[in-house]
Structures are given as C-alpha cells and as structure tokens.
Design a protein around this ligand. Structure first.
Ligand code: ADP
Length: 442
C-alpha cells in the first residue's frame, strides 16, 4: 500500500484535466507540467500548481524524463500519473519514477515492458490461456524460405507488425508469397527508424474483424473486468468512435472472455487500469495487445458502469479495495473530436475563438478547450471527447447526433461532420460493421 498526497500529471490536454479533477475529489493536490506551447492551457489553470518543463517539442518536454522528475522533486510530488500517450507505456519511465521513491500510477515496469513488446505480450497471453491468432510465435527470422513456408501454412493475407510498434504504426498487410520478402524488409527498416528495434512478428490478417476490448481494474492480488468496448470505427488504425457494451455479441461469450481477462490480469499481478484488446470475427476472439494505461475511450465504460475510473485507480493505489463489480446500465457512445481539416484530415491547430457546448441528460464533453485556448501544432490532434449515454444504443446515438449538432468550435476545424456522416450511415449497424467500414465509407 502506498501513501501519497500530491500527484504530478505527466501529460496535457483533456486527459490531464480529467485526472486533475479526480485527484481533487479525493483531496489530493496536483502538479501540472507544461511545455512553453501550453502556457495558459486549462490543465495548468486547474492544477494546484503548474511547472514549465521545456520547449514545445514533446521530446524536450512531455517526453523528457529528467525534466519531469525534476518538476516532481521541485514540487514535492509523491506520485505521478502518466495519462495516455507520451511516457505512459515507457518501462524506463516507470522505473525511473519508482527509483526516486515516487509512486507510479500504473503497473510495475516489468509488466509494462512485457506488454509493450508484441512478441512477449502474445507469449504471456498464450500462457495465460488467452486466444491469439496463428502467427510466428516469436520473432520473425531472416530465413526467407522459412518465412514463406510459415506464411503459407497460416494462409494469406498475413500481417507483419513491428514488435515495438504502437499507435497503428509499423504494420503491413501481405497478400501473396511474392510480396512477402519486400514487405518484411520495408517493415523492418521502418521499425528500426521509428522504434529503434527491428524485431517483427507475423500473424494471420483478418479481413472482417471487429475491435473489441476489455477494461480491467486490478490491485495486484485481485482484478475485475468492467466490461467491454467496441472500437471498430477506425481510420488508418486509429479509433474514431467507441461504444459500450459491444452490440450484437452473445452475452455469455463476452462474460467468458471477461473472466479470462480477469484471470490473466491476476496472473500478471496487474496493478491499476489496463485493457486487453482483441479482434473478433466469426464468433471468436483473438488477442492483439494489452494497453497498460488509461485509454482515451475509458469514458464509455464510466458512463455505463457509473464509475469514475481514475478515482477508483487512485483509491486502489492508496490501498483501498477494488470497486464492487458494477451492473452495466444502458449504452454509451463516444466521438473523438480532432482538430483537423475536414477535407484533407490534416491537423488544424490555432486559436479557439468561440466554444458553444452541447448539454442535456446523458451528455458529457471532456476537453481542455475554452474560448481563447490555443491548440498547438506539435501534439496529437484530439481536442475533446463527446460521450453520450442512453437507455439503449439507439437512444445514445440520437443524443450524440444532437450533441454533435450543438457543439460549435470556432477558430479551428474539427471532424464533427465526419462523425455525423458515420453515425447517420445505415451501415453503422453493429452487424455490418468491421474495422474497415469507416475507411470504405469515407
Ligand atoms: P497498435 O499497437 O499500433 O495499436 P494493434 O496490434 O493494437 O497495433 O493493432 C491496431 C489495429 O490494427 C487494430 O485495431 C486493427 O484495426 C488492425 N489490426 C491489427 N492486427 C490485425 C490483424 N491480425 N488482422 C487485421 N487487422 C489487424
């Protein structure tokens, strides 16, 4: 059990704001850190105090471990919450934090390292009885004859993935034996350049899967699954719309997978929030990766479970018991609002000149925006999450469409029109939808 009273949030934007709120609800003090590009940003205004940790470039600020540890020392922070992105899944960061005697609000560095590498993660999950796709069972070798034999045995199409990859990068689909050698060479070179690690993994490529993931909260000794989310609405392997519960999947099947995830988390001695991600096709689940941190889309789980996940995570870290297993009520659905040009989908940074917020029962907008806020060009383009809860899926979608129509952000461009198009689409029915439907539609 750890005791702490001042939490440094090593992040920015909506997630920093969201974490600060839960800390304050528990009476914990907060320390915001910011780059010079985020001077005056909402998270710096809501925290108990704020410390500048460097220039705009993320590598010099939000990814600068020394600067963050220095800020923790200076402010007397005794815990650090990494949020998502940036350093959240860096085992070296978790280790460095703990080495300073500061509580890292996440699993231990060893678990982050195992799960951060696709090869070791798949190996660990197989051992825990979690189903995986047929694949290379370890790193892909340099013997092309053996690789061709393996791919043919699995059956084309296959997908080659950088073991250290993340955020939808470092993956390549291969449709024939002829294309295999070039695809491996290209992905290897990209992986080395992007992640500094050229190990690759090969597995079966599924042509019509849905993306279904299970939320876990764990105390080390115990783990409970807070249900699943469907994140099949994606573009370029990036999630756009997420919902809970997953529509159109037999409840018994979901409950069985949830139980296996709980057992796996317990086996890992997992601590805090985590997500097991699966592809689902033809009634079967296949593990693809585990995220050892809070996820963007945790909010839909909060809405249907009636829980504040960050608050529960903080309580568990403070030695309190896990929450009681919640009943899932109604349906929640979320749109990721990105600052992007609707024609080119390139980032659209700038000054927010006006903001009109949606409201009403079951409507939630998590954001760091305000009129006068600046969206800097140097970070992720996510500027808000519009989440609606309804008594069923149809009701949640109706509320979300209404809220999307009410939300007005001026000064920057957003992807609101794209979301309205997706939600209006007849194909946005759970049965016709797979991870490729959004790309096909758009
Ligand atoms: P990352 O770590 O980059 O997020 P993941 O392994 O989680 O990579 O995969 C991200 C997305 O890529 C999935 O949600 C899915 O859309 C697609 N994908 C991954 N593996 C496969 C596969 N075997 N077959 C088809 N699509 C896949």
């Amino acid at each position: 059990m750890a005791l702490f009273k001042r939490v440094l949030i090593a992040n920015r934007g909506e997630i920093a704001v969201r974490i600060i709120r839960s800390c304050h609800l528990l009476g914990l003090e907060t320390v915001a850190v910011y780059s010079s590009a985020d001077k005056g940003a909402l998270h710096t205004r809501l925290a108990t105090r704020a410390i500048c940790i460097g220039p705009a470039a993320a590598k010099d600020s939000y990814l600068n471990i020394n600067a963050i540890l220095e800020a923790a020392k200076l402010s007397g922070a005794d815990a650090i919450h990494p949020g998502y992105g940036f350093l959240a899944e860096r085992a070296d960061f978790a280790r460095a934090v703990t080495a300073q005697g500061i509580v890292f609000l996440g699993p231990d560095a060893g678990t982050i390292a195992t799960m951060g590498d696709k090869i070791s993660a798949i190996k660990a999950m197989k051992a825990a009885g979690i189903p995986t796709l047929p694949g290379s069972d370890g790193p892909l070798g340099h013997d092309m004859q053996a690789n061709r034999a393996l791919a043919s045995r699995i059956g084309f199409p296959v997908i080659i993935k950088a073991s250290a990859g993340g955020g939808g990068r470092g993956m390549r689909r291969v449709d024939s034996a002829d294309a295999l050698a070039d695809a491996i060479a290209l992905t290897r070179a990209e992986a080395l350049a992007a992640f500094g690690d050229d190990s690759l993994y090969l597995e079966k490529f599924l042509t019509q899967p849905r993306h279904i993931e299970f939320q876990i909260i764990a105390s080390g000794a115990e783990a409970i699954c807070l249900g699943e989310r469907d994140c099949s609405a994606q573009r370029r392997h990036q999630k756009l719309i997420e919902e809970a519960p997953a529509p159109g999947i037999v409840k018994n099947l979901l409950a069985a997978m949830a139980a296996r995830c709980e057992a796996a988390a317990k086996g890992l001695g997992y601590q805090g929030l985590g997500t097991f991600e699966f592809l689902y096709q033809d009634g079967e689940f296949y593990f693809i990766e585990m995220n050892t941190r809070i996820q963007v889309e945790h909010t839909v789980t909060e809405m249907v479970c009636g829980l504040d996940l960050v608050l529960e995570q903080l309580k568990v870290a403070l030695g309190e018991p896990l929450p009681a297993r919640p009943l899932v009520r109604g349906h929640a659905i979320e749109c990721r609002i990105n600052a992007e040009n609707p024609q080119t989908s390139l980032p659209s940074p700038g000054l927010v000149t006006g903001l009109q917020l949606p409201g009403g029962a079951g409507v939630r907008f998590d954001t760091a925006l305000f009129a006068g806020a600046v969206v800097p060009p140097c970070y992720d383009s996510l500027v808000g999450k519009l989440v609606c809860h309804g008594h069923d899926r149809e009701d949640a979608i109706a509320r979300l469409r209404q809220a999307l129509g009410e939300l007005e952000i001026t000064g920057i461009h957003t992807n609101q029109a794209l979301h309205l198009k997706l939600l209006a689409c007849e194909q946005f029915s759970p049965w016709q939808r797979d991870i490729h439907f959004a790309a096909k539609l758009l």
